[in-house]
Design a protein around this ligand. Structure first.
Ligand SMILES: NC(=O)C1=CN([C@@H]2O[C@H](COP(=O)(O)OP(=O)(O)OC[C@H]3O[C@@H](n4cnc5c(N)ncnc54)[C@H](OP(=O)(O)O)[C@@H]3O)[C@@H](O)[C@H]2O)C=CC1
Ligand SMILES: O=C1OC[C@@H](O)[C@H](O)[C@H]1O
Length: 386
């Protein structure tokens, strides 16, 4: 594709709940409002468990487009030849089956977080996507926020030194004493609890600031610890704390000089704290204001400590803050990445590739193991052979 031409991606939408609605509203925002000029989006089909719900979704969100097809099943969207890419917005425990069906139908896939319920399911999906030569990505929208690009630039410039400690929390009060136990946040059969729903966000910040730091050289954390508080209402985790330790290592395939820890937490009974993320470096601190999934404001404070050390760069004095604004809620940036990758024939994103989703799911497996959170039988469609 020539770089000055516009590539329009034709989407099929799976499910009609909260996140599918939010995503489609953002797909309909004019890409030029965010200075995106190379890609654009078109919704061509919507699949729901009932055709009435699919049609109501279209009437509500895309009333002026009478070419969008409504299907009373997800399979209808997978079989639709006009659909190039499928967006999956069902509860966690359906992601594996829905994504696999889409991949087998030859569709590119953007699947909500957490991409699967465990790492074995994800490995199976990655293998299927490669076999069918389709693009596959977890909808980790935070990674594509404009603020993240800027924070990474500062964090990796060397002015602040290396990162040492990262604190991140995403909590949200779901009023768990007054909602039904069949709500996806409480029901273990839907992968309920804080870790799988909110945990991806503190973790994505650890991946952005520590795992992706060039000094880490893509080494995995050498230790992961986790502990869970379970609610007696349904047995799912109401709060989870987990830590990742990155030790300097030299091995046959990696050499990392990063010595850092991430202290991460999430809760379904509390509001989000401020700041939501604190990244402490040798010579300064970056804080991120909530919501940490689509943050708009960060602050950098320079300590100017140790600048006399040989090789240390002199940092600026004091502190500064920066705020970002854009039209829409921020889900469109990941859609642009999907369209861009597909237009370039890529099967995964460089920014949020398969390795990062796999790291996420392996960490969640370990934290659930240490927290003794076992899903009901049948939830995990693929399990690792022991
Ligand atoms: N990226 C983000 O910011 C967010 C991501 N999410 C993620 O999106 C996923 C869905 O969350 P959310 O939109 O809040 O959930 P909702 O309950 O609002 O919507 C889920 C939809 O999935 C479909 N569905 C299929 N089977 C079932 C079932 N057995 N029970 C319930 N729904 C079913 C339904 O659509 P239909 O009837 O049309 O088939 C339903 O509307 C989760 O994995 C969550 O982690 C959620 C919120 C924000
Ligand atoms: O992804 C999410 O972000 C915001 C939360 O409120 C929601 O439950 C979660 O799924």
């Amino acid at each position: 594709m020539a770089s000055d031409s516009l590539y329009q991606l034709r989407w099929g939408i799976i499910s009609t709940g909260y996140i599918a609605t939010s995503f489609v509203k953002d797909l309909l925002v004019d890409p030029k409002t965010r200075d995106t000029r190379d890609v654009a989006h078109k919704v061509v089909a919507v699949g729901s468990r009932t055709v009435e719900s699919a049609q109501a979704f279209i009437d509500r969100l895309i009333p002026e487009n009478d070419e969008v097809k409504a299907y009373g099943s997800y399979d209808g969207v997978f079989a639709d030849e006009t659909v190039q890419a499928v967006y999956i917005g069902t509860p966690h425990t359906f992601h594996y089956d829905n994504a696999l069906a889409a991949i087998k139908a030859g569709k590119h896939v953007l699947c909500e977080k957490p991409v699967t319920t465990n790492s074995a399911e994800l490995r199976s999906l990655i293998a299927a996507a490669k076999e069918h030569s389709v693009f596959f990505m977890e909808a980790m929208w935070t990674r594509f926020q404009p603020l993240v690009k800027e924070v990474k630039k500062i964090a990796e410039s060397g002015d602040l030194g290396k990162p040492v400690v990262l604190h991140a929390d995403l909590s949200g009060d779901f009023d768990i004493h007054n909602i039904q136990t069949t709500h996806r946040i409480l029901d273990p059969a839907l992968g309920g609890g804080a870790l799988l729903d909110l945990g991806p966000y503190p973790l994505v910040w650890a991946i952005i600031a520590l795992y992706e730091n060039p000094a880490n050289n893509k080494a995995h954390p050498s230790r992961v610890t986790g502990a869970m508080v379970k609610t007696p209402i349904s047995g799912v985790d109401s709060s989870t704390g987990f830590t990742l330790t990155f030790d300097p290592t030299v091995s046959s395939n990696t050499e990392s000089s990063l010595a850092a820890q991430a202290l991460l937490s999430c809760s379904i009974t509390l509001d989000a704290p401020t700041p939501g993320v604190t990244i402490r470096f040798e010579r300064g601190t970056i804080t991120i204001e909530p919501p940490i999934y689509c943050p708009k404001t960060f602050k950098v404070t320079y300590l100017n400590k140790g600048v006399q050390q040989e090789g240390a760069k002199a940092a600026s004095e004091g502190s500064f803050s920066k705020t970002f604004e854009y039209v829409g809620k921020g889900w469109h940036f990941q859609a642009d990445e999907v369209a861009r990758c597909i237009s370039q024939g890529k099967l995964e994103s460089n920014l949020w590739g398969h390795d990062k989703s796999l790291l996420e799911m392996e960490i969640f497996d370990e934290v659930r193991k240490q927290g003794n959170y076992v899903f009901p039988p049948g939830v995990e469609k693929v399990v690792e052979a022991v």
